[in-house]
Design a binder for this molecule. Structure first.
Ligand code: 8YV
Length: 324
């Protein structure tokens, strides 16, 4: 008897074909949007799932799915999964670390550049036909090279951004993290550990790469924004909810900070309406890991996690330990 699995999102046909070799697969190539109740009902008819960060597997969903054995999240972040509750129920959870680190760091840096140098704002101006003549201060932005880069959350992606800033752009890198890096890792990134407050006060560019948890909710709110330099930029490639988007929109409108670049939003795919009306923000729809090569690697790893766990009792990149 083949395991019945559900793939919650559209996925590469070749990855789907691999899953079909092993399992009885329900796909979502039609990209249907399911309510939580519909998702729970569908999941309850399967033993395993391939999910994205947008598909909740929390206590409420788990209560409706007593037959569930494994969930492979096609994301490195896994705040959509209640891993302790899954462990208690003997459900294997896995994610897709490493394969997206460098691509996501590339994007974090691209968003920083676009934000500091006002690339999207100036493109919209050009497209509106408003470019009539050169002006010395036309879209004059903030310096990137040689400036101070502050990274909040110094995991694999944070370190990738630090290396780009220090080695490629001669930036002074400061960071804050729950735990300090080893001296070797600090020297590879040329990064100096500082308090969160010092980071906010001294960085020209603050990049957020902290994982989301109730404890990191609104890590950046009105009080933190008030600590930042009026010339500073804020980049969020971590998760919606790390930043208080309403407070950020106010700070941007009142020019209490210069600009922000956001790839993730509280309650996405909805975006706080005030962010849509301020000009000094670059907005992208959660695409930091979206290169074709990386998305293929993520999908393949998530599929392999399911195949490996359900056929051999061992995931490649597990998040918890359970009996197979
Ligand atoms: C995913 C991400 O594409 O890996 C993560 O944590 O945020 C993105 O790379 C997204 O979560 C969809 O699963």
């Amino acid at each position: 008897m083949k395991h019945k699995i559900i793939v919650a999102c559209p996925i590469f046909e070749e990855v789907l074909a691999r899953l079909h070799e092993h399992f009885d697969v329900t796909d979502n190539q039609a990209n249907e949007v399911w309510t939580k109740a519909e998702w729970t009902h569908k999941l309850s008819q399967h033993t395993a799932a391939l999910t994205t960060g947008a598909d909740p597997v929390d206590a409420e969903v788990l209560a409706g799915c007593p037959q569930l054995k494994a969930v492979a999240n096609m994301a490195v972040g896994y705040n959509n999964l209640d891993v302790p509750a899954m462990t208690a129920r003997g459900i294997q959870a896995s994610n897709t670390p490493d394969v997206l680190t460098e691509t996501t760091a590339d994007f974090g840096f691209a968003l920083l550049m676009a934000t500091a140098r006002r690339i999207t704002e100036s493109e919209h101006f050009l497209r509106r036909g408003e470019w009539k003549q050169w002006r010395y201060d036309m879209f004059a932005g903030t310096e990137v090279h040689g400036s101070t880069l502050g990274i909040l959350g110094m995991g694999r992606i944070g370190q990738g951004i630090a290396r780009r800033g220090a080695h490629g752009f001669g930036m002074k890198v400061i960071y804050h993290n729950r735990s300090r890096l080893s001296p070797e890792a600090e020297s590879e990134c040329k990064a100096t550990y500082v308090s969160k407050e010092e980071l906010l006060k001294t960085a020209d560019h603050v990049v957020l790469v902290v994982p989301y948890s109730p404890a990191s909710h609104h890590t950046i709110g009105a009080a933190e924004l008030a600590h930042m330099k009026p010339t500073a930029t804020l980049i969020n490639i971590a998760r919606g909810g790390i930043v208080d988007d309403a407070a950020l929109a106010v700070a941007l409108r009142e020019r209490r900070i210069a600009a922000a670049g956001l790839d993730v939003f509280e309650g996405e795919p909805k975006v706080h309406p005030d962010l849509l009306t301020v000009p000094n923000v670059v907005l992208t729809p959660h695409i930091a890991s979206a290169s074709v090569t990386t998305r293929m690697a993520m999908a393949t790893l998530a599929a392999d996690n399911l195949i490996s766990y359900l056929t051999q009792g061992k995931s490649i990149t597990p998040l918890n330990t359970v009996g197979a």
